[in-house]
Design a protein. Structure first.
Length: 327
């Protein structure tokens, strides 16, 4: 079984070596690594070419900058493996036998369109790993999309990231699964589409992926107007799509609750926007507060209770405080 690792690369010269080496050192060796240099202006392209010269499993694409989604889509076009794994170039894998463990699961459950695994958050300044919330143990056997959607949302572990999946290339192509070019939070619509199209899937608490935290200039290190607007647009677009999807009524309600969770994130991030646009964005969000009636997600249930008794502005203030405390 051959695996295609797709790694977008953009100005990450300080991190790309650790990322690629964490893949090349895997005990299971039947894979290819596709490095998509997305118009880097630092030393990243040279490092990518050096890897290709040293290991025949590494292939490099040099292309004009088009963003993360575009880089991933280009990588998929060249993939030759039966399964695809996405890795962000400033992150890395934990453990040399991680791929081997995933292959064992895939061989055991070939009916699954994808396998989800878990992650740790890595803090380089303290060399500390903080494990993500574990998945419900019932998801460790093949399960239908309606059940998995409900259980992920109700446990507060809805893993949007494309980097936490081993996904069938045939399934990707058959389902026409692409990342939307030019937006941030692109993993959200992609993962909802993945769930909508899949037959069976599985989630295991293998803590394989290391998300590097506090990376300078990382997309996740700042939240500006464009981030806000992209996520706001995604919420509205997914609301429009829900009733057209193939989920059950119970799963649809869970999906509304997930979108309510993303709404809460936007509400918490209002204060990070320039003062001149904050009022308009707050007014836009108020039109979506009806999402708080969908309380499958336990955090949304708490926010809904606060909003009911304290009102919208107090809820915003408390969410802002909570986010700052968590960072």
């Amino acid at each position: 079984m051959k695996i295609s690792f797709i790694i977008p690369v953009y100005n990450i010269q300080n991190y790309i070596k650790e990322c690629v080496n964490s893949i090349l050192s895997q005990t299971y060796s039947d894979f290819e690594v596709i490095l998509v240099d997305d118009g880097s202006t630092d030393n990243s392209p040279k490092i990518c070419d050096e890897f290709a010269n040293l290991d025949s499993r590494v292939k490099v694409i040099h292309k004009p900058n088009g963003g993360l989604s575009d880089a991933r889509n280009e990588g998929v076009k060249l993939a030759k493996g039966e399964y695809v794994i996405f890795v962000d170039g400033d992150d890395f894998w934990i453990g040399n036998n991680s791929l081997e463990r995933l292959i064992e699961i895939l061989n055991k459950y070939p009916e699954c369109d994808f396998l989800g695994f878990n992650c740790s958050h890595y803090y380089s300044e303290s060399n500390a790993y903080v494990k993500n919330t574990p998945y419900d143990i019932s998801l460790s056997n093949p399960i239908d999309k309606n059940t998995v959607l409900y259980k992920l949302v109700s446990s507060g572990t809805f893993p949007m990231s494309a980097c936490l999946k081993v996904i069938s290339l045939e399934f990707i192509n058959k389902s026409n699964l692409n990342f939307i070019k030019g937006i941030k939070s692109e993993d959200i619509p992609w993962f909802i589409d993945v769930l909508d199209k899949c037959n069976k899937c599985i989630f295991v608490n293998e803590y394989i992926y290391a998300y590097r935290k506090n990376v300078p200039n990382s997309i996740t290190s700042s939240f500006g107007v464009s981030n806000f607007q992209d996520l706001y647009n995604i919420i509205n677009q997914e609301i429009d799509k829900i009733e057209k999807r193939s989920f059950s009524t119970k799963a649809n309600e869970a999906l509304y609750s997930f979108l309510a969770y993303e709404f809460c994130i936007l509400l918490a991030k209002l204060s990070s926007l320039p003062e001149g646009v904050r009022k308009n964005k707050r007014n836009e969000l108020m039109k979506l507060k009806w999402l708080l009636k969908y309380t499958t997600n336990p955090k949304v249930a708490k926010v809904a209770l606060v909003n009911k008794y304290c009102g919208f502005y107090i809820t915003e203030m408390l969410l802002r405080w909570y986010i700052k405390r968590k960072i």
